[in-house]
Design a protein around this ligand. Structure first.
Ligand code: PBG
Length: 340
């Protein structure tokens, strides 16, 4: 075996004069020496929206998560704001009947997501609204882009994404979040926004987004699982085997004008979060995705895990260097932080 590398932090002293447990002896000492903290300001809450009135439809594979009709958004998001959550991320569950091969609904100004943005801006003015850019909620095949002869074409998709961005920006969206993994999309989106006078709309790119099985429940929530069938997104999302490649993706997105970057999924990719934060020193976010939520929630519901694992997972993101976390637990976490 290769010799172990010397540790970065040498032991400063020796037992019995040094006793590490002294700093762990009671709650106030532990609080005093804590290296990381978690507050509601670190949280982004993903919200699913659907058509209808007064509809709160549970997502079967995500216990506790609902698809809400637009009229219920104000109250739910108002609560999130009161709890100190700075931003919500909006995801539309589009009726199957409105999905098409090319996902045209994505670029229609009065679509579900645009009406939802406008409603949130009207009812909860001081919360940030972030919206995904990708075609998967709108396509019959469930891919994030245009499918031509079985391949998701890049440049043609980027053009459509830019049109999608503009309807969302016009509706009042604050942060555009490209989750599609097309090459060159961040630069094209920045140009489209600037040319249309949206210099202040921010871009948080899904810079290192992996081709992951942990998105399963999300695809249930959007109804894109059936449409995607057994096909996967490996020709555009990253291979879970890779780490250096994530740094290159982040570098390109920053070069193209991303204001913030994201690593996704979260907990299985904390090594990537740390490398990105250390390598670039830019606002870095992690997405604790649907599958991570369902694993924890499912185990908690069965009594296999205690609820404290949720805060532990959140702290793990902070420790890895994330400036914030997208989490379906956001409201629950914010409530817990408030009650102390
Ligand atoms: C769509 C998108 C996905 C997620 C966010 N935006 C799924 C995918 O790429 O298939 C996943 C979120 C989650 O699992 O919670 N491009």
């Amino acid at each position: 075996m290769a010799p172990r590398k010397p540790s970065a932090t040498p032991a400063l002293g020796m037992y019995p004069r040094v006793r590490m447990r002294r700093n762990r002896i009671d709650t106030w000492t532990r609080r005093l020496v804590a290296e990381n903290t978690l507050t509601a300001s670190d949280l982004i809450w993903p919200v699913f929206v659907r058509e209808g009135k007064g509809v709160r439809e549970p997502v079967a594979s995500m216990p506790g998560v609902d698809r809400l009709s637009i009229d219920l958004l104000g109250e739910a998001i108002g609560e999130a704001k009161t709890l100190g959550i700075p931003v919500i991320a909006l995801f539309p569950a589009i009726d199957q009947a409105q999905k098409t091969e090319d996902g045209d609904e994505a670029t229609r100004p009065g679509n579900l997501v645009c009406r939802a943005i406008a409603e949130i801006k009207r009812t909860v003015p001081d919360i940030g609204v972030m919206v995904d850019v990708a075609l998967d909620p709108f396509t019959t095949h469930g891919h994030d882009g245009l499918l031509r002869d079985g391949y998701v074409v890049n440049d043609e998709t980027v053009e459509v994404l830019c049109r999608q961005v503009l309807v969302q920006a016009r509706a009042g969206c604050d942060i555009i979040s490209p989750s599609d993994m097309m090459d060159g999309r961040v630069g094209a989106i920045r140009t489209a926004l600037d040319e249309a006078g949206f210099q202040h709309v921010r871009i948080m790119s899904y810079a290192a987004k992996y081709n992951s099985g942990f998105y399963g429940p999300f695809r249930d929530a959007l109804g894109s699982k059936g449409t995607l069938g057994g096909k996967d997104k490996g020709s555009y999302q990253m291979d879970p085997a890779n780490s250096d490649e994530a740094l290159r993706e982040v570098a390109l997105d920053l070069e193209e004008g991303a204001d913030m970057v994201m690593v996704k999924p979260g907990m299985p990719y904390l090594d990537i979060v740390r490398r990105v934060k250390d390598g670039f020193g830019v606002p870095t976010f992690a997405y604790q995705v649907s599958g991570e939520y369902s694993m924890l929630k499912g185990a908690i519901e069965r009594g296999w895990l205690a609820e404290r694992v949720v805060l532990e997972a959140m702290m793990a993101f902070k420790r890895a260097g994330a400036d914030g976390v997208l989490s379906y637990f956001a409201v629950e976490v914010a409530k817990r932080l408030k009650s102390g």
